[in-house]
Design a protein around this ligand. Structure first.
Ligand SMILES: [Zn+2]
Length: 309
């Protein structure tokens, strides 16, 4: 009996058997805008599947949440951080794209605020219904060894489109929907009075992720779009919030990789034969989280895109 009690105590101390995502502090990036910067990397047992940048904007009418994480457990953690800053209700939830690490946390917000409006790109809504929700649920469940089990996909119902503006409690949200960028379902959100631009995964900072659902052309164009927005703070899908320079740095990664691949392709090289040449040009990125895992895959995506041109 005593052994079992000690075992339970040890499991608890080690964080094993935990059913909630551990707290990450919300950081204020503008007068009414907060970002919870998740750890870098992919969903894992260690990070409890939580690794994106949930955020919230407190308006006079209520709270607007952006990308509440990868699971019901992550969404509850996000709600705990919101509650440390405001007791206003959540009235809108925006999802930047279809990848489940950004939106499966909708479940937690829907449980508490069933009347909130869940908003996303029309192709995000369509994709989630056509298999992406199921695929991402299974993927994150597998990568966390079941930690996120119990999560239900709450798929947005309100489509938002290119250049749409809407006001919530005196705050203006302007939507950009760059086509075929990171995922083909992407929106960026300019919170006008706050001088903040939410980039989704069209920009990551010190971290690389998959490009399999996107295109280099579209993603570079999305970066150019972001660079033209007169904001002060730029919130990437993963990595630290900072100034406009993070957009330029990520754009450079994409364009150096793509342009070098095109030159090598024209010389008759296969994707695996151009790796060393391209890697030598990307020295400043080799320490980024996920570089080794993703860099070779990115070259393959670039070559397919070059072949289709
Ligand atoms: Zn993504």
């Amino acid at each position: 009996m005593r052994t079992i009690a000690l075992l339970i105590l040890w499991l608890h101390a080690a964080g094993l058997g935990a059913t909630e995502v551990r707290d990450y502090a919300a950081e204020q990036v503008a007068s009414r805008t907060w970002v919870i910067h998740g750890p870098l990397g992919d969903p894992s047992v260690d990070n409890q599947g939580f690794m994106n940048n949930p955020a919230f904007v407190i308006t006079t009418a209520g709270v607007v949440v952006i990308d509440p994480g990868s699971s019901v457990q992550a969404g509850r953690m996000v709600l705990r951080q919101i509650r440390k800053v405001t007791d206003k209700p959540v009235i809108h939830v925006l999802n930047t794209h279809v990848h489940g690490d950004h939106w499966l946390g909708n479940h937690a917000l829907h449980d508490v605020f069933p009347d909130a409006k869940f908003m996303a790109h029309p192709l995000m809504i369509e994709g989630a219904h056509n298999g992406q929700a199921t695929r991402w649920l299974a993927l994150i469940d597998q990568l966390t060894q079941g930690f996120t089990r119990g999560t239900r996909p709450v798929i947005p119902t309100v489509p938002v489109i290119e250049d749409q503006h809407f006001k919530v409690g005196g705050t203006t949200f302007r939507i950009f929907a760059p086509p075929k960028a990171h995922s083909g379902t992407d929106i960026m959100i300019h919170v006008v009075e706050e001088d903040v631009l939410f980039l989704g995964d069209n920009v990551m900072n010190a971290r690389l992720g998959g490009m399999g659902d996107g295109t280099f052309h579209g993603n570079i164009a999305a970066c150019d779009r972001a660079l033209a927005v007169p904001a002060k703070m730029f919130v990437p899908g993963h990595g630290r919030t900072a100034g406009k320079e993070i957009v330029s740095v990520y754009r450079d990664y994409l364009s150096i990789l793509f342009e070098t691949a095109r030159i090598e392709y024209d010389k008759g090289k296969q994707d695996y034969e151009m790796k060393d040449t391209i890697r030598a040009k990307l020295g400043r990125y080799v320490d980024w989280a996920g570089f080794d895992l993703n860099f070779g895959r990115h070259i393959s995506v670039a070559v397919l895109e070059i072949e289709a041109m």
